[in-house]
Ligand binder design. Structure first.
Ligand SMILES: Cc1ncc(COP(=O)(O)O)c(C=O)c1O
Length: 399
C-alpha cells in the first residue's frame, strides 16, 4: 500500500474550519442545551456522577445496567456507591425489557439505558415500564447528542437524568452536559460548584485538536514541525501530561470530578449549528452505508427518522488488523469497547462478545465531504479485497 498524504479523521477536528458555520447562538436553542436544568461538566462521566444525587436513590441501591457498555460509566456508578446488576440486550443492542423485568427486586431503584451510536432506544416503552415499576430512568446519551426517537422526543429528554459527552460529536477539547427532571422542570440540586477545567488541560487538548486537524489535512509537514517543536518545549519545561486531566479514555480518574467545562469549550459552541451537524452526519452515513452494503455486515444498516449517527458501525473479521490496514490507507476508525467491565458476569458478557470482537466504527462526521466518505468506502473495500475477506452474505459476522 502506498503511503498517503492526508488522513480522514474519525472525529471532527477543525481541519476544515472555513466550512464551519459562522458565529451564532443557534446551539443554545437545541436540546439538551436549552433544557431548564442543564449544566456543563468536564465530560460525560462527570455529568453522570453529579447528576445522580438529583435522583434521590436509596444509598447503596441497585441500578440495572446493560451488558454492552464502555466501562467508565460503570466505574462512575460504582464510585457513586451504587450496586449494579446487568440486563440483556437484543441482537441489535435494543433493551430487552423482559430480561429487565426478570432482574427486578426491591433493591432496584433505577434503570440505566445507553443509546448506542446516535440511535434511540424505544423511549416511550422504557418510560412506561419505569413509571409502572417506580424506577428512575437514566439515559446515557454519551454517543447520541442531537438524536431523536423517530423524529419525536429528543434522546435525553425522557429520563430523570441524562448525560452527554459533547466533545465526542463536536470538536471541543472537552465538555459533558447533564440534564435532570426531563429537561422540563428545574429541580436542580446539582448546582455543584465545579471549577472551570484547568488551563493546562484545555490548552493541551486544544493542541491535540489542532494536531489532529493538521494531520488530517495536506498540512502534515506543518503538523510534523509542530510535533517536533512541542516535544522540545515539553522537554525544556519538564512537562508531564499525566499531571493534568484529560477528557476521553477508559481509565477512571477521580480528579475529573471537580471540574466543569472551560469558557473556551463553551465559546467554541458558537461555531456549531446543530441542524447542520445532524443533516451532514445523516447524509454521510447514508452514503457510506450504501457504498458498503452487501460487502460486509452493517449492524445498523438503515437510518431511522431522528437518528444522529456518531459513526457507521461495521462488523469485520479481525478488527485490530482491519483498523491498522485502514490507517495505512489514511482512514481512521474507532475500536470501541473490546472489553467488558470486570463486574459483568462472564456468561452475560459472552452474549455480546461478537460486538466486542467485530464491531469497528467508521467516520461519517459533519466535517467530511462526500468525497471523503467515498475515500473511506474505497479504503474499506480495498482492505476487504486485499484480505480476500469480502463477505457478500456478511450476516454471518453477527451469527
Ligand atoms: C456509553 C458511555 N457512557 C459514558 C461515557 C463517559 O463519557 P466521557 O468520556 O465524556 O466521560 C462514555 C465514554 O466513552 C461512554 O461511551
Amino acid at each position: 500500500m502506498k503511503p498517503v498524504d492526508s488522513v480522514v479523521p474519525v472525529n471532527p477536528t477543525w481541519a476544515q474550519f472555513w466550512r464551519l458555520p459562522g458565529w451564532s447562538a443557534k446551539w443554545l436553542h437545541s436540546f439538551p442545551f436549552n433544557a431548564a436544568d442543564g449544566m456543563w461538566t468536564f465530560s460525560g462521566r462527570v455529568a453522570l456522577y453529579h447528576g445522580l444525587p438529583s435522583l434521590k436513590l436509596p444509598a447503596g441501591s441497585t441500578i440495572l445496567v446493560p451488558v454492552y457498555h464502555q466501562g467508565v460509566e460503570i466505574d462512575t456508578l460504582l464510585a457513586a456507591g451504587y450496586r449494579l446488576r446487568y440486563y440483556r440486550l437484543t441482537e441489535r443492542l435494543l433493551i430487552d425489557l423482559e430480561d429487565v423485568e426478570r432482574q427486578l427486586d426491591r433493591r432496584v431503584s433505577a434503570l440505566y439505558v445507553i443509546h448506542y451510536f446516535g440511535f434511540a432506544q424505544p423511549l416511550a416503552a422504557i418510560r412506561g415500564f419505569c413509571e409502572a415499576r417506580r424506577l428512575r430512568l437514566i439515559e446515557d446519551c454519551a454517543l447520541s447528542l442531537f438524536a431523536q426517537e423517530n423524529g419525536g422526543a429528543w434522546v435525553g429528554s425522557v429520563g430523570d437524568l441524562a448525560l452527554f459527552s459533547v466533545y465526542k460529536t463536536l470538536p471541543l477539547p472537552h465538555g459533558g452536559f447533564v440534564v435532570t427532571g426531563n429537561g422540563l422542570t428545574s429541580n436542580g440540586p446539582r448546582r455543584v460548584p465545579l471549577r472551570p477545567a484547568p488551563l493546562k488541560s484545555t490548552f493541551t487538548q486544544s493542541l491535540d485538536l489542532l494536531h489532529a486537524g493538521l494531520h488530517a489535512s495536506r498540512w502534515r509537514r506543518v503538523e510534523q514541525g509542530l510535533t517536533r517543536a512541542s516535544r522540545w518545549v515539553k522537554r525544556a519545561l519538564r512537562w508531564d501530561r499525566a499531571g493534568t486531566i484529560s477528557s476521553g479514555g477508559a481509565r477512571w480518574d477521580p480528579r475529573l470530578l471537580a471540574y466543569g467545562a472551560s469558557a473556551w469549550s463553551v465559546l467554541l459552541m458558537r461555531f456549531m449549528d446543530p441542524h447542520q451537524v445532524i443533516a451532514r452526519r445523516r447524509i454521510n452515513f447514508a452514503r457510506l452505508a450504501a457504498r458498503l452494503r452487501g460487502h460486509l455486515h452493517l449492524p445498523f444498516p438503515d437510518l431511522p427518522r431522528g437518528a444522529c449517527p456518531l459513526f457507521l458501525p461495521v462488523m469485520v473479521p479481525d478488527k485490530v488488523r482491519f483498523q491498522q490496514r485502514l490507517a495505512t490507507l489514511g482512514v481512521e476508525s474507532v475500536n470501541l469497547w473490546d472489553a467488558s467491565h470486570p463486574s459483568c458476569p462472564p456468561d452475560l458478557a459472552a452474549e455480546v462478545s461478537n460486538w466486542r470482537r467485530h464491531c469497528l466504527e467508521l467516520p461519517i462526521h459533519q466535517e467530511l465531504s462526500l468525497a471523503d466518505v467515498d475515500r473511506v468506502a474505497d479504503a474499506v473495500l480495498t482492505v476487504l479485497h486485499l484480505a480476500g475477506e469480502a463477505q457478500p452474505d456478511a450476516a454471518t459476522a453477527l451469527a
